[in-house]
Design a protein around this ligand. Structure first.
Ligand SMILES: [Fe+2]
Length: 264
């Protein structure tokens, strides 16, 4: 909680990912405890935001990929959260479609202003979507990858995304079938179960198209470490798990981490 309004804020993003300039959240690293602390209050919403894609032109390809995948996950989590609503879903859908279309181009050619503009808009819409719709187990379970293993935030959530979506689609297959379509997959002649599997494939395909492996073991994490990481993730992510579309236990977190560790 922030008790009082602070000085007026004008925020100008220079990446296309977190969308934090449009959220009521501030996240800070606490090096002493090795955790991230979140402040969530309407008083931290800025009065003015200037989103200028020209300011993102200089981002290296790796940073473009990592931050852009964060925006993708914001769209997916806000669209599917228990706390979502139709207005949030409109923002989230547009966010997912923009990332699918523009991220591979922005990574390949950072000077492509059309792709950079698409990604700036995607990040802005993703920020609005999570600020009003919430997040879920993808961000929740990725916490220790950020804080313990020091993997950049966007890459961390992207690695967990296919495996959490594969878990979440059970009981929510129609929702994830729509996500598959937003990710550019043809699901016209598939039933909901098959179509929802395409959402997992769509995320993996997009990640691989920008050079990010969906497997923990490709990010210097040993298979023998994943159970401890899963336990830590479940412990620290209780704030985010209630909004996840499927109830998740510590055993589930362990299964998700093991799936993420094993190339199929
Ligand atoms: Fe994020």
């Amino acid at each position: 909680m922030v008790q009082n309004p602070g000085v007026p804020l004008c925020l100008i993003p220079t990446t296309s990912g977190t969308g934090s300039e449009t959220t009521q959240a501030i996240v800070v690293d606490d090096p002493e405890s090795g955790t991230k602390k979140a402040i969530w209050d309407r008083h931290v919403i800025p009065q003015v935001v200037i989103v200028d894609p020209d300011l993102t032109i200089g981002m290296p390809a790796r940073l473009t990929a990592d931050t852009g995948l964060d925006a993708l996950v914001h769209g997916i989590e806000a669209y599917t959260a228990r706390s979502t609503n139709p207005v949030v879903q409109a923002y989230a859908r547009e966010c997912i479609e923009l990332v699918t279309k523009h991220l591979p181009v922005a990574v390949k050619n950072g000077k492509d202003i059309n792709a950079r503009s698409g990604m700036s808009l995607a990040a802005t819409l993703g920020g609005l979507a999570i600020s009003n719709g919430g997040l879920g187990a993808i961000h929740g379970l990725a916490y220790p990858l950020d804080t313990v293993k020091h993997i950049p935030h966007g890459r961390s959530v992207a690695i967990m995304a296919p495996w959490v979506v594969d878990f979440n689609r059970i009981g929510n297959e129609d929702t994830y079938a729509r996500i598959a379509r937003f990710l550019g997959k043809d699901v016209d002649n598939l039933d909901y179960r098959e179509a929802s599997q395409k959402a997992v494939k769509g995320i993996i395909d997009l990640m691989e198209s920008v050079g990010v492996s969906p497997y923990l073991t490709d990010h210097d994490i040993l298979a023998s470490e994943v159970d401890d990481l899963a336990k830590e993730a479940f412990r620290v992510s209780q704030r985010l798990l209630p909004a996840n579309p499927r109830k998740i236990t510590e055993d589930d977190a362990m299964s998700i981490y093991r799936a993420a560790a094993t190339p199929k």
